[in-house]
Design a binder for this molecule. Sequence first.
Ligand code: SF4
Length: 390
Amino acid sequence: MAEGMAQADAAALKRKIRELARERDAVIISHYYCVPDVHDVADFVGDSLGLSQEAQRSPQKVVVFCGVHFMAETASILCPDKTVLLANLDAGCPMADMITPEALAKRKEELPGVPVLTYVNSSAAVKALSDICCTSANVTAVMRSLPGERILMTPDRNLALRTQALVPDKEILLWPGFCPTHHRVNLAEVKALKEEHPDALVLAHPECQPKILAEADVIGSTSGIIKACLESDRKEFVILTEEGVTYPLKKQRPDKVFLGPATPMICPNMKKNSLADVLKALETLTPVIKVPEEIRAPALRAVERMMAVPRDWRTLAGIPGRLGACCIIHNCIATALLVVDGLLLACHIHPRTLPQNPLCNRLLGWHHGQSRLAPRVPAPCPCVSRPAPL
Ligand code: SF4
């Protein structure tokens, strides 16, 4: 509940916001990392790019973005005809601020011909200077899709290091940026938590440092972490991403236990978005975030190139043609099915289900090498009931 606000007052404020949103023809979208009160009034709660895509699909003309500045910019890039409001203009992202267009332009001059892959957690101006964007969920597929062996990846060095481990045939040049909320996770605290809860599933965001990721069973995007928790039959979960994700998790699974490090993982900028800010944005239709067209057009190109990259195992394994594999959980290779001509040939989490086809062996071996979950995922395979189409 909003600090210092009685429950009845908060409920009345939420009703007022919803009424005003209808009057203003506005859609309210909130990142998972915002405070629970803001989740409660949002039409959509999700990850940054997914939210901008929801804004694009929504029929409303006004978008109230509860998140940080670069996210509202992405909404503006995808929805140039809508009025995009950022609930709190002071909500910036320290990681996005660790790269400027000037610094990127200079680095590009030093690296002629080297493609630039930029995480969506970046300003529109930086996206505009990049060849292609990525999210934490699709980064390996995007990286593999790029020509050449050397790639400059910006701005998150931790995500780049993780990608380097998954795509060893590329030489990834790092940018020295990081997310303070994820970068500062304390290894001793994580180890202590694991010792106290040995049966807990440990899930980490790839913005964490490699030494933290090495402790995780599942590495994935925010949405991926939520999905993996909801699909797991474990009772306890150690969540190594911003603590906001535990609100939807606890609402959906009150019978489970969601734990975090002793030093909470909080993004102070995301928490700046309050109910009062949402109300004010709807009342005043400010502050507007509008990306100028000369930046929007090249930034959109980088985002659209990313969206055009197929996110499937054929790309990841470099296997063309009819061999397909499906059901990945947020790129961490937790589970995978191999399907050829519609027939399920293998599922790597079941040791008895061995591949019947030499092509499958190649793919299976590849992701077996990456997977840390294989011995721990219980049968039956949760993917079997819903294989993705080839
Ligand atoms: S959690 Fe990290 S990357 Fe996300 S907005 Fe906060 S500082 Fe930026």
